[in-house]
Write a protein that binds this ligand. Structure first.
Ligand code: F6R
Length: 612
């Protein structure tokens, strides 16, 4: 949430900051701003998108070889020009950008007000800025020491970058609980919330750790210290990201590009980790801990949103194949209970971004109680991947559309591999069944390709239903989480109210909603519950509901009943979510476009939810 970017070096900072903000805009997009040092401190900020900021900046002084930029997802204070970052200290000497929340900002503000400070915005960030200024003045210390002392006083999460008009040859960056990466160029530094603004300029990066701050000097020197003032040796890593993976590549939107990337990225996720012919699976992180995971009293899956849905699919698959009990928890709820977790449990934390605050907090609880943590993340080097004892990357590549698509399917693929590897190790699956599933898994990219050819047909279906006010998504067994995910996609990007339910639960309540205006989407690909699903479809039709059914080729019974059918290729039932989710992603996409919604940047959402 919130994107931050900074630059110091020989180049003009403004174009670098604007380009970086556009790449980070998926993290928040209610206002944007930059601060530049050019003998003076120039602040340009505006409510709206980065393009609004650019218009606002036209004709104004944008020079300066040191600067910071921010794109905001509002926490404290409405989206407005005043609440937009950067925020400036009362003396107009210092400027800050911030991602995160300062929880004790109210008490700090009260103290600062007593000391004569005034505030222009409603933000916690402006409080932090003035706290740093106050310490700098009162204690007569330099800017980095003032920042260090201030950060020892604040409670909360932050990634910040600060510049000082009196010290134009350095910028200072710090993090706790919100990501921050430093790119190292030739006598220049880039700082950003993720590597996307940096990759074009350098592949050498340092991921700052929690409670560390970096002082980046124009002469190329970099000092990293922790908040206890202990110097740290920077660990320089090579970025594996390519520029084309973060561009639209000819598609109109990132979401569509990412939906179409699914065959490729699932292939990437599986490559080198399994071989159907030879009957082996080797998920690095699992190999080392397979015995402990198989002997766990429970596997607790902790995740949020779409990642929670892939956890629900994993529950079916792991219990079916590896016969280890699984519980799937909303990380955002788990952390506010007093959950029973012991050293015999294993937590599987699933997160695209690897930065979700609630999932990190759930991990912390499970870790304190001695559970093994297995992280499944997409973003390499992310916080969750670093705090886990073991794990696997999904290798979906950068996911920029706010609504998750390819990250979901690669999570499901990895969890499938995990279940198979555990089952093989335990002996709970026969060699022939294992091969059968592995062969089917190898075929999945092709089957997704085939499902993607339905795009035009799905667009036609979307045209029939895009004005609906409500939608129900129903599925049985492993298709229930698919129904949840389909409904989430629709509500996120089209703002249509949509509910996912287990089909059998319909008669316990949701059936009351059904009339001729209610489209009901059935995911009806399971052979095991076919007759039951047919009965549910009949119940909807009897109440004049409109039925859209996702079926396998040649299902005459359902074709005879449904108003619209979407025929996806058949696969092994445990793998079917990987194929049946594709038309649901496309349906929500087309409906959202027909409703003139911004599919990549839906209102109120942000990609990486680093606040609680
Ligand atoms: C939905 C979506 C969110 C995320 C959720 C968890 O399309 O993107 O529901 O799935 O915020 O995010 P991660 O997976 O990054 O932990």
């Amino acid at each position: 949430m919130c994107g931050i970017v900074g630059y110091i070096g020989p180049k003009e900072a403004y174009p670098i900051l604007i380009k970086g903000l556009k790449r980070l805009e998926y993290r928040g997009y209610d206002s944007a701003g930059v601060a530049l040092l050019n003998g003076d401190l120039t602040i340009l900020k505006k409510e709206g998108k980065v393009s609004d900021l650019e218009m606002h900046a036209e004709g104004k002084n944008k020079t300066g070889t040191v600067g910071i930029g921010h794109t905001r997802w509002a926490t404290h204070g409405v989206p407005s020009d005043l609440n937009a970052h950067p925020h400036v200290s009362n003396s107009a000497q210092l400027a800050i950008i911030h991602n995160g929340i300062i929880e004790n900002y109210a008490s700090l503000k009260t103290e600062l007000v007593k000391r004569g400070y005034t505030f222009k915005s409603d933000t916690d960030t402006e409080v932090l800025m003035n706290l740093i200024e106050d310490i700098k003045k009162e204690e007569e210390v330099d800017i980095e020491e003032a920042l260090r002392i201030a950060l020892n006083e604040v409670v909360g999460a932050y990634a910040i970058v600060v510049i000082d008009k009196a010290n134009p040859d350095k910028i200072i960056a710090a993090r706790k609980g919100s990501p921050l990466v430093i790119g190292i160029g030739d006598k220049e530094f880039y700082v950003a919330s993720d590597a996307s603004p940096i990759v074009e300029f350098t592949k050498e990066v340092v991921y700052l750790n929690d409670e560390e701050f970096a002082v980046l000097h124009r002469n190329g020197d970099m000092e990293i210290k922790d908040l206890g003032n202990i110097t740290k040796t920077p660990y320089i890593q090579k970025l594996e990201m390519d520029l084309e993976t973060i561009e639209k590549g000819g598609y109109d939107t990132f979401m569509l590009k990412e939906i179409y990337e699914q065959p490729k990225v699932i292939g990437d996720a599986l490559r080198g980790r399994m071989n159907a012919k030879e009957g082996w699976i080797k998920l690095g992180g699992v190999s080392e801990f397979a015995t402990r995971i198989n002997n766990a009293e429970r596997l607790i899956i902790g995740a949020c949103g779409t990642s929670w849905h892939s956890g629900l699919i994993a529950e079916y698959v792991i219990e079916e194949l590896a016969r280890v009990p699984v519980e799937v928890e909303y990380a955002s709820e788990f952390r506010y209970r007093n959950p029973i977790v012991t050293s015999k449990d294993v937590m599987i934390a699933i997160s695209q971004s690897g930065e979700t605050a609630d999932t990190l907090a759930a991990i912390e609880i499970a870790k304190e109680r001695q559970a093994l943590i297995f992280g499944i993340c997409n973003v390499i080097g992310s916080s969750i991947s670093r705090v886990s004892h073991a794990g696997a990357y999904t290798h979906a590549g950068p996911e920029i559309g706010v609504a998750s698509t390819k990250a979901f399917s690669t999570q499901v693929a990895i969890l499938m591999l995990m279940a198979l590897q555990l089952a093989q190790k335990k002996g709970s699956i026969s060699a022939s069944r294992l091969r059968q599933i592995l062969y089917e898994l190898e075929e999945i990219p092709k089957k997704i390709e085939e499902a993607l050819t339905l795009n035009d047909e799905i667009e036609r279906i979307a045209a029939k239903y895009f004005e609906a006010e409500n939608f129900l998504y129903l599925g049985r067994g492993i298709n229930f989480p698919v129904a949840l995910e389909g409904a989430l996609k629709l509500k996120e990007i089209s703002y249509i109210h949509a509910e996912g339910y287990p089909a059998a639960e319909m008669k316990h309540g949701p059936i009351a909603l059904i009339d001729e205006n209610m489209p009901v989407l059935f995911i009806a690909t399971n052979k095991s519950a076919h007759e039951k699903i047919v009965s549910n479809i009949q119940e909807v039709k009897a109440r004049k509901g409109k039925v859209i059914a996702v079926i396998n080729h040649a299902d005459e019974v359902i074709e005879g009943l449904a108003d619209d059918v979407i025929r996806v290729p058949e696969t092994e039932e445990l793998l079917s979510p990987l194929v049946s989710i594709v038309p649901l992603q496309l349906l929500s996409y087309h409906i959202a476009l027909m409703r003139n919604c911004n599919v990549d940047q839906p209102r109120n959402l942000a990609k990486s939810v680093t606040v609680e």
